[in-house]
Design a protein around this ligand. Structure first.
Ligand code: KG4
Ligand code: ZN
Length: 353
């Protein structure tokens, strides 16, 4: 690989000093707003989580999520400005998550951000949610810069990305079925644990034996860097049914959680490190809700061949500070975003080379 360590050439707002971006994030069940300076310094980070509302349904109900965003957004944005000690007039730009996510939920944030940018005559920057998860590391590690390998493991994605430079992404691996977070959520449900399942499995696993069950580690030793978690999920469900029939489930739930977690974490870490070896980078970066997992962090941090970076825990799961940070590193002329639409490139995946 070429040495592109210093390839980043500042353009547009990146050349200015003290650039303050207000970001809005409403892609799923968190209503969030934040102000970040120069892509690195978090001046405020406000979040209203709807988890308690959705828990009753065992997962996120899109219509309820949208309605709650509409209701809470004005207050959350006000709170973000207040916490930053700023007025609307002092902002340099408005950023908003344009996708991927729940379309109705996204639209509430995009409409609000559009109206704000139009009224204030400020540039509007459309951000891909996944790019935000990568940028969560920029606000945690102030000197971190590309190139690096990044694993984004969330409720909807398990992507291994080569980040050659800011905005320069190559997808090296992804899941062929369930995302890692989705697998955590589904297994948690089978074990009778509440939504979201990841943190619950992690807590339960602390009391269990990770080698109690040997669940398949799909795709081990393959040439590609893709994941598959649905076979693992099925194996866990079958084991749960067996234990249930034998009246042993309650006593073995923690063992199931620990063994399942070990399988997922091992696959994530192995493939990510393999990607780093192949691309010749020195740094490995994690992001997304699953990167809050203690077992994942512990296994990755044992790796001595690479520098390993994780976001601070509060920036692993969805938040708006990561969106504001990502916005700062957009190279395009900001004025071009004045008429933002929810187009295909913004709502589907990152734009890979
Ligand atoms: O990034 P995120 O907040 O939202 C999406 O963009 O999807 O990720 C949410 C996912 C959920 O599936 C949740 O169960 C999982 O991240 N998660 C965890 C942990 N905390 C959240 N998975 C494993 N261990 C955790 N500690
Ligand atoms: Zn996310």
């Amino acid at each position: 690989m070429q040495n592109r360590e210093n390839a980043f050439a500042p353009t547009g707002i990146q050349k200015q000093k003290n650039v303050r971006i207000l970001a809005i994030e409403t892609s799923c069940d968190e209503t969030a707003a934040a102000v970040v300076e120069d892509g690195r310094h978090v001046l405020s980070n406000v979040l209203y989580s709807q988890i308690e509302i959705h828990r009753a349904y065992g997962g996120v109900v899109p219509e309820i999520a949208s309605r709650n965003h509409v209701e809470k957004l004005p207050y959350i944005v006000q709170a973000a400005l207040q916490e930053a000690g700023m007025s609307f007039a002092e902002l340099d730009a408005i950023a908003v998550t344009a996708g991927p996510g729940l379309v109705g939920a996204l639209l509430t944030g995009v409409s609000y951000a559009k109206a704000l940018a139009y009224t204030l005559k400020k540039p509007l920057i459309a951000i891909n949610h996944m790019e935000g998860h990568i940028a969560a590391n920029y606000i945690t590690h102030l000197d971190l810069a590309p190139p690096f390998i990044c694993l984004i493991a969330s409720g909807g994605h398990s992507d291994i990305i080569l980040v050659r430079d800011y905005g320069d992404y190559t997808l090296l691996g992804q899941t062929r079925d369930d995302a890692a977070g989705e697998a955590f959520d589904k297994v948690a449900r089978v074990l009778g644990l509440p939504y979201p399942g990841g943190p619950e499995i992690e807590k339960l696993a602390l009391h269990g034996e990770a080698d109690a069950f040997s669940f398949t580690k799909a795709f081990r030793g393959e040439k590609h860097l893709d994941f598959s978690f649905s076979g693992l999920k099925t194996a866990v469900i079958q084991q749960v049914r067996k234990l249930e029939a034998a009246g042993e489930l309650e006593a073995r739930k923690a063992d199931i959680a620990a063994s399942f977690q070990k399988s997922v974490v091992t696959a994530l870490v192995e493939n990510t490190m393999k990607a780093a070896q192949r691309s010749g980078v020195r740094k490995v970066v994690f992001g997304g809700g699953v990167s809050a997992n203690g077992a994942l962090r512990a296994m990755a941090e044992k790796e001595t061949a690479f520098e390993v970076y994780f976001p601070a825990l509060k920036y692993c799961t969805d938040n708006a500070a990561m969106i504001a940070a990502a916005a700062f590193y957009k190279k395009e002329d900001l004025a071009a975003y004045a008429t933002l639409s929810l187009n295909a490139s913004a709502t589907s995946a990152l734009q890979y080379r």
